[in-house]
Design a protein around this ligand. Sequence first.
Ligand code: TMP
Length: 200
Amino acid sequence: MLLTLEGLDGSGKSTVWEALRDRYPDVVFTREPTDSWYGDAVARSMGDGDADPLAELFLFTADHADHLSRVIRPALSEGSVVVSDRYTDSRFAYQAASLADSYLAGGRDPLEYIQEIHDAFTHPPDATVYLDVDPETAADRAGATNKFEHAAYLERVRENYERLIDRDPDRFVRVDATRPLPDVVEVVEDEAARLLGDEV
Ligand code: TMP
């Protein structure tokens, strides 16, 4: 069972992930970007306002490939439940927002292109909790500590998350993350208990 947490920066996702980690000691908790050297490369790219968006997509994707082989697949094959703070949907939502529509040849849709790349090798999540917050609140809470945390960009990211939910409604559980953080944590804990059921 692979459960992922997704949402805009400032949605409270990492706090929720920490609360779940305290509650489920036998579950493998992990995150993307990772703390490997691939994750360090991603952090460097995020710190570069002029980074090429396609190069950045492939750095995030390399970090994901390493995460899969080093953490996700071994844990799942041992029968562990895995909870990841961000996963493939973050690439589909964020890097599709970074790749302007005109960037790819032949008028290719960035979100579909990024999904195709992943389809060839990834392990899809079984369930995804999406912390839904408006871009203005998200940007205010996140405090613009990286180049992605601006309302106009996050608006595009949110539209991409909506496309993903429309395409795969059964996988996603939407949680209203504009509510106070303790309420959000409580709702996600209830949803996690339902989704993980007998697995934990
Ligand atoms: P975090 O806020 O969850 O620590 O994530 C770090 C930033 O990286 C956040 O702004 C979202 C961004 N990100 C992507 O753009 N693409 C990805 O694939 C991942 C995993 C994160």
